[in-house]
Write a protein that binds this ligand. Sequence first.
Ligand SMILES: Cc1cc2nc3c(=O)[nH]c(=O)nc-3n(C[C@H](O)[C@H](O)[C@H](O)COP(=O)(O)OP(=O)(O)OC[C@H]3O[C@@H](n4cnc5c(N)ncnc54)[C@H](O)[C@@H]3O)c2cc1C
Length: 422
Amino acid sequence: MAITDDVLVIGGGIAACTAALSAAETGARVRLLAHKKSTLRQASGLVDVLGYAGGDGPLSDPYAGLDALPEGHPYHVVGEDGVRAGLRIFDEAVGDAYRGGHTDSNALVMTHGGAVKPTARYPASVAPGLASSSGDTLLVGFAGLTDFDAPVAADHLAAAGVPFSARGVTVEFPKRFRADAKVTRFAKALDRDEDVDGGTVRSVLADTVAEELDGESRVGFPAMLGDDHDEDVRAELSDRLGVPVFEVPTGPPSLLGLKLEDILFDALDEAGVRISAGNPAVDFEADTGRVETVVVDQKSRPTPYSADQVVLATGGLVGKGLDSDRESVTEPVFGCHVPHPEDRYDWSDPEAFGDHAFARFGVVPDDELRPTDEDGEPHFENLRAAGGVVGGADVAREKSASGVSLATGAVAGRLAGEEATR
Ligand SMILES: Cc1cc2nc3c(=O)[nH]c(=O)nc-3n(C[C@H](O)[C@H](O)[C@H](O)COP(=O)(O)OP(=O)(O)OC[C@H]3O[C@@H](n4cnc5c(N)ncnc54)[C@H](O)[C@@H]3O)c2cc1C
């Protein structure tokens, strides 16, 4: 017999979590069906809503850019209210762990390469390092952690015209690890404040950095300042250095992304969402235009899940919500229509930072976020889509990835929940 719920959300990323939380708010019985971990562990942990639109940017007000987005953009489907609904669900889920909810304006955040990026929400540990605040800055990198080259990042910041001086130094981490040690190993050593020659990891690190300080009023480290005890680590380093300490978001594996994933899954637990993780949805059964059952491959055993409403939030090409070979782009679970130029050479622009068609690949939603077929009709009455699987946005160029996931997740989840509990 199939496992039955009101709303089944397929996916495990920020879009799926938001859709599940939104559906749960309607009183629906919700299940999240996730195959693997999401792309959050590769992402920066920042929540970009809209940084660039219609040739303008960086935008200080993301809402002011919505009208300039091209036709077919998912923000036109959900509207400003949808964007705000996604951010509200996010803010309630993350609480004090994130900043930015006090304003409609974007913040300018330093990236690990020394660029400055407009973003709507950022981890609390990033806040003291905003690029819009004037505070001369010392960036500290670690020998062996090649992902963050502090002197190069500082030079790039200066070239970007930030309103403060930035200087970068590379120091030895107080404890030696294998050359391929992950950032989590550094974070754990700081969490546990492990003993090292001359003291403990935190005290020796603070002493090392204090020798480098030359009047700067804040110090930035790559985002690895603790995992379970990150607030204590940052507070102690700030205390010992006498200036605020902040984290600079880093690339994969991203501790800030991993922490966001944990926070979102805790919020799902709290909202009573049932979670089935570890196996992919591979097939479905439909009747009279409705998805009746989603089939999950449970270690080669097909297991049916049925629900009144289904939300597809399986991500884009990176998350495997879309598949592509040399000929075509497909949506592998329901076979939804994914428009794309026939000629493979038209998928990308010759310029590396050009207008790539592939960036906007995805299912085409109707005004209720239901994926449509070649004739513009919904494939199924009770199937909605959210996040990277939805086409129409060039999230990398617009700086809108998580915002699109939040907004479409919030609206798809609410509509699914309302239908199921009607
Ligand atoms: C390297 C990188 C950096 C990024 N940086 C930023 C940033 O700075 N700011 C920002 O706002 N956003 C950023 N993002 C984007 C953001 O993290 C999300 O990728 C994006 O919002 C899409 O989220 P999603 O939930 O739709 O998909 P994903 O995060 O891709 O999640 C898809 C989920 O669906 C699951 N899934 C797929 N197929 C199936 C199936 N058949 N059955 C069950 N489950 C399935 C996957 O296992 C995964 O859990 C970044 C992404 C990457 C990859």
